[in-house]
Design a protein around this ligand. Structure first.
Ligand code: G4P
Length: 288
């Protein structure tokens, strides 16, 4: 998967989402439960305007359950329904239709009172690359829909996928882009696999990951790498992990690139356990 970060590309993506918005009653915004804030497009409110929205915190299996619940409560305070799901295993999906019906109840009641025939709710999925949009669409469709959404220039006719009798879903998701001018957001996106390592410096990503773990999940560092703490000189920790994992160069020196790769891969593949990198406090700071 490649992401191009040109403003022109973003403008095009935005136009495509705006076009499709006209066709639907509700937007299903998919975010990564590990980074419910950093995996959102910061302009989402502006892009979707008044359109009703359901937020799905996907990959809930990889996130810290306590924090996921805190995020759901946070969204609720903002008047937004959010649900934790695991698109890969198909967990939590059965409540999506119910939640969409509740959000749209007034609109559909009004349509009914005007004598309009009842119809299925029309929805589209939006989200940044890699949050699980295709996985979710395939799960809901109960079949494999070709993934064309991430390939610029590939267009095909929009198709509606029936999800039971009450929901119809556009088969191509709206692709948004994350904002990663803040290096911290970039590191979190890299540690969760939303962006490639090559966009940022691998060692910087690993250092961020280690420091984050030391602050929030220190016991896991000890379990996995035998580290009791991360010293001020983070290089000492790299030396220990590198030596323990056999990342040595000829002459016995630790290969920091290889060690960084292991650390990043371990975090990304949940080898250090489920964790959440975004905190509610950060969202509140942003909205001040
Ligand atoms: P996108 O359309 O938004 O770009 O994302 P996509 O569905 O391609 O999903 C990206 C990766 O995330 C896939 O893994 C997918 O299997 C995984 N994924 C999606 N939802 C979940 C979830 O709820 N939990 C977990 N653990 N993983 C999820 P991949 O390694 O790129 O491919 P593959 O492993 O499916 O072959």
């Amino acid at each position: 998967m490649t992401i191009q970060w040109f403003p022109g590309h973003m403008a095009k993506a935005r136009r495509q989402v705006t076009e499709k918005l006209k066709l639907v009653d509700i937007v299903i915004e998919l975010v990564d439960a590990r980074i419910p804030l950093s995996s959102r497009n910061p302009m989402i409110e502006e892009i979707i305007g008044q359109k009703p929205r359901l937020v799905l915190l996907n990959k809930a299996d990889m996130a810290d359950t306590n924090r996921t619940n805190q995020w759901i409560a946070y969204f609720k305070e903002q008047g937004i329904t959010a649900l934790a799901v695991n698109a890969q295993a198909g967990k939590g999906l059965q409540v999506i239709v119910q939640a969409a019906k509740e959000i749209l109840k007034d609109k559909f009641d009004r349509m009914k009172s005007r004598g309009m025939r009842p119809r299925a709710i029309r929805a589209m999925i939006v989200g940044i690359p890699n949050v699980g949009k295709s996985t979710l669409i395939n799960r809901l469709a109960k079949k494999n829909i070709a993934k064309t959404g991430n390939t610029p220039g590939v267009t095909k006719a929009q198709q509606w996928i029936k999800v039971g009798k009450e929901l119809e879903l556009l088969d191509t998701p709206g692709i948004l882009w994350p904002k990663f001018e803040d290096p911290k957001v970039g590191y979190k996106l890299a540690l969760t696999g939303a962006i490639k390592d090559t966009i940022l410096n691998l060692q910087d990503i690993a250092v961020y990951g280690l420091r984050f773990l030391a602050e929030h999940y220190p016991e896991r560092l000890e379990e996995r790498y035998g580290l009791e703490e991360i010293s001020e000189e983070v290089v000492d920790s790299f030396d220990k992990i590198g030596a323990k994992r056999g990342c040595l160069m000829a002459g016995g020196e630790v290969n920091y690139d290889k060690t960084s790769e292991i650390i990043v891969r371990d975090i990304r593949n949940v080898q250090l356990g489920p964790m959440t990198f975004d905190f509610i406090g950060e969202a509140e700071k942003d909205s001040e």
